[in-house]
Design a protein. Structure first.
Ligand SMILES: [Zn+2]
Length: 181
């Protein structure tokens, strides 16, 4: 992971000044992940907001990668995956990235949010949104994401499926219903 930090610094895409940290032209701020568990546990109404917020923020990073470097889909997806790891959300890997059918599957090991969660359900709504936004830009079509496995509910890994909402509804009706309320 340190390699990615070096890559960011080398590309002048990680700028740290007094009182400011900028990654890919976006101001970022570091907080303990307990903040996000506090929000999710305090009010479930926050879930769609976290999801949509995560989705929009991934789009900002992805659009910057296109604008500045003219990156193609696979480069965008690798950079976004690295950002998630660099930001401390867990170890992410793509199990599937099928551009022609607009489907991706990711696994996240040691999700820091899920490890600390008191809930016994899929809780990684923020990175679920992030993967949806990344998929939407990298595959150039509106996509969403559900979390099919989560260590918060005692699965051994967190797993995410990125696809169109229509596909998710057909293939994973119960999960899609519960995660999109
Ligand atoms: Zn999870």
């Amino acid at each position: 992971m340190f390699d990615f930090a070096k890559k960011l610094i080398f590309a002048r895409e990680l700028k740290m000044e007094r009182g400011s940290m900028i990654i890919l032209n976006q101001n970022v701020a570091v907080f303990p992940v307990s903040l996000f568990n506090y929000l999710i546990e305090s009010d479930p109404k926050i879930i769609p907001l976290l999801y949509n917020g995560g989705k929009e923020s991934a789009k900002l990073f992805a659009k910057e990668l296109i604008k500045k470097y003219n990156f193609k889909a696979t480069q965008i997806k690798d950079w976004l995956k690295n950002i998630i790891e660099f930001a401390g959300w867990g170890e992410a890997e793509f199990v599937k990235y099928d551009q022609s059918n607009h489907i991706a599957v990711l696994r996240v090991k040691n999700s820091s949010l899920a490890i600390q969660s008191k809930k016994k359900e899929a809780v990684d709504h923020l990175i679920r949104g992030f993967f949806a936004g990344g998929g939407t830009i990298s595959m150039s079509t509106e996509l969403d994401c559900i979390e099919t496995r989560c260590i918060a509910r005692k699965d051994n890994i967190c797993e995410f499926v990125v696809a169109s909402k229509a596909y998710l509804k057909i293939k994973y009706p119960d999960i899609t219903k519960s995660q999109f309320q």
